[in-house]
Design a protein around this ligand. Structure first.
Ligand SMILES: [Zn+2]
Length: 306
């Protein structure tokens, strides 16, 4: 039997875990709701339960990849996810190592990456970027996240937070962002941001990005204009990232991207204004293809450990 690694995907609503082989085939898998609690150990209990369900006691410890909402501190093995308030500087890597050692009797290798990085790793390995050695991955949903793979290697950065696409400034005179900066991509391009902007402009549809993209598809002028503005901000952020990293392909995923052409058309059009240097002038945007890129990216991370 080929080696299986343990992939763990930690999000604000659920913690998913799976055994994955080197073709990307998913074996046993499980999912736990992320506990809504202020107790860090209670949140970790859900992760430990998921791991315990998958591993046979006494079998050798698998290599482990953890993808987590950020920010993270990769060298320290800690996470402080914005959407899991109980975890601030939480030592997820040492704690996971301990649980697995208790179960299996051996010490596992454990890798940690941000969820945007795992998305990029997954789409690069098995998804829309599988024919390329370099891609930028971007996820647009309630937030904007990203990551990049350059010549088949994850661009991690010093702390594991590189390519933080949502919080690149695209308007130096823009509004204050939750991150403390000003005029970040996320302010304009995230789903709830576009819905709020539409409301301010008099849109009366439901508080939901899917309703907004549906309205744009039906030709609603407010929805169309707000999405156009959001995608111009995203285009500026993406072009900046592509120009800095010298990568000419973007894979776009997340709930908002699922709306299809009403998102991709304005995004591609605005990119022409910002991706102007010759090496990114053909900057291509592909739709993501994987339903579970984050989990598969965590598996890719595990396969890279040695
Ligand atoms: Zn920000």
């Amino acid at each position: 039997m080929t080696e299986q690694v343990l992939a763990i995907d930690v999000g604000g609503t659920k913690i998913a875990a799976a055994l994955v082989d080197d073709t990307g085939a998913i074996g046993r898998q499980t999912e736990q709701p992320t506990p809504r609690t202020a107790d860090p150990d209670e949140v970790f209990g859900a992760l430990a339960t998921a791991v315990t369900e998958l591993l046979e006691p006494g079998t050798p410890a698998p290599r482990v990849g953890i993808g987590s909402a950020g920010p993270i501190d990769e060298p320290a093995g800690t996470v402080s996810p914005v959407n899991i308030g109980a975890w601030r500087g939480f030592p997820i890597v040492p704690r996971t190592r301990t649980v697995i050692k208790e179960l299996t009797g051996s010490e596992p290798l454990v890798g940690l990456a941000g969820d945007g990085h795992c998305f990029a790793l997954g789409e690069h390995w098995l998804g829309a970027g599988r024919d390329l050695d370099s891609i930028i991955g971007v996820v647009v949903s309630t937030g904007v996240g990203g990551g990049a793979v350059l010549r088949d290697r994850l661009v991690g950065g010093m702390t594991g937070n590189a390519v933080h696409l949502g919080h690149i400034t695209v308007d130096a005179w823009g509004a204050r962002c939750v991150c403390g900066g000003y005029g970040c991509v996320e302010l304009y391009a995230r789903g709830p941001g576009m819905v709020a902007a539409a409301r301010q402009a008099g849109w009366t549809g439901p508080d939901d990005a899917r309703a907004l993209t549906a309205a744009a598809r039906d030709g609603d002028p407010i929805a169309t204009s707000v999405i156009d503005r959001g995608m111009r901000a995203l285009a500026a952020g993406l072009a900046t990232t592509a120009t800095e990293l010298d990568i000419a392909t973007v894979v776009l995923g997340g709930g908002v991207a699922k709306a299809g052409d009403v998102i991709f058309e304005p995004l591609r059009r605005h990119l022409r204004d910002f991706a102007v240097l010759p090496y990114v002038s053909e900057l291509e945007v592909r739709p993501a293809v994987l339903a579970n890129a984050g989990l598969l990216g965590a598996a890719a991370l595990a396969f890279g450990l040695n």
